[in-house]
Design a protein around this ligand. Sequence first.
Ligand code: 5AD
Ligand code: SF4
Length: 453
Amino acid sequence: MKFWIHTYGCQMNVRDSEAVEALLLAAGHEQAQSEEDAEVVIVNSCTVRQKAEEKAVGKAGNMIAAKKITGMMGCAVKRMGKDIFKRLPKLDFAVGPRRFGLIPHIIDEIVKTRAKGVLEIGDDETPTGMDAHPDIQRSGTTGCFQSYVTILIGCDNRCSYCIVPDVRGHEYSRPAREIVAEIGALASRGVKEVCLLGQSVLRYGVRNPAWDERDAPSPGGYIEAFPRLLEAVASIPGIERIRFTSAHPKGCTDELIRVYKTFPQVCRHLHLPVQSGSDRVLAQMGRRYTRAEYLAAVKKLRDFDPEFALTTDVIVGYPGETEADFEQTRTLMEEAGFDNAFIFKYSPRPGTRSAALPDDVPMVEKERRNQVLLDDQEVRGQRNNDRLIGTVREVMVEGPSKRNRLRCAGRDSGNRIVVWEIPGEACSMPAPGDMVRIRITAAHPQILLGEPL
Ligand code: 5AD
Ligand code: SF4
């Protein structure tokens, strides 16, 4: 059957959708050319904020109205459980984040028996099919030379506002050997860049051991599981770049810095969500670091490389967030000098600890705080990027620039977008995955412009 997957949410969901695509292709199904052309539509849902969940449910409703076989997968399915069929009585199937490996089987059953309302949410199972990758990866989400690899699923951090532990279950680190084998296979298919995924990747190997006595000892003498994994991945021939997300300041250890120093493949960018700059709010959120500890982690990274790129997530309007708390967030963002920031308006999620607190910052005020931080970030992004004018960046080519097909776009090690003119004919466009050296000549808040050397 011809299928189409519609993905909402974070990179984990993008990766899960890719795995489902691979499993469906392996089961003999076919990727549709478009949503309209599809017989089966799967909506991979997010529930991190109420709006995200509504979007996914709305999309599934439209697909049902369009008379497609419609399934939902992902985080919103787990949150809603069987109530999802109250919202969408004609939904054919719904599968939780740890059960997507069952989708090909469920589709077969539905086709055979015309069953409706099939629900698979499970609890803490280790998903199957996690290492499946489509043969020809779509460009767009990840190019054919880039691949996401899930290393850790679930989360045990229990931040007060966050629904992820409820929907993605307990933290589980995949065995290092499986991950290394998966990346080896990707490399032999031409993948040059991997992005290792987990809710909190620096907790890799903390809750359950990821290495065992069958594994050879770390050549560099790494004791911590995550730096040891990075060392192993860096030794895979063909892997030129290694990224990972998301991080927590507690994971910014001396061993991690040693990895950065030793392996140029490990990209100099961290997505380090801070959420708030106020110690009072951080404590309420249960983030397990103070403002000073967070800034100490930032200093450690920037002392080692002043051009180290840092991005973050911030929540505005957490219950009880005062103007003074908010000012603390503003000043922290300035001190940390973020290269980019994603700002979210607090949204109470059922069952989380903060959902019991009054959501007392009015929406207009959340919007104002959101805008203030975005405006600050625009100025900061411009200033950070201006400092890079005249420097030479090692850029991995992604392809023609979206805005101007006669320009080429790629990213530097810090994940900064770099755009340059193609000298001469468009046919001299370098291939996606090529490394080129670009001298930066101009800067915008989120884009660097330059010329090839
Ligand atoms: N409300 C608003 N933003 C949230 N995030 C997580 N939970 C909530 C919530 N209840 C944000 C955090 C997280 C990002 C993925 O989403 O900033 O890092
Ligand atoms: Fe959304 Fe969080 Fe699930 Fe990602 S893990 S899809 S952000 S709810």
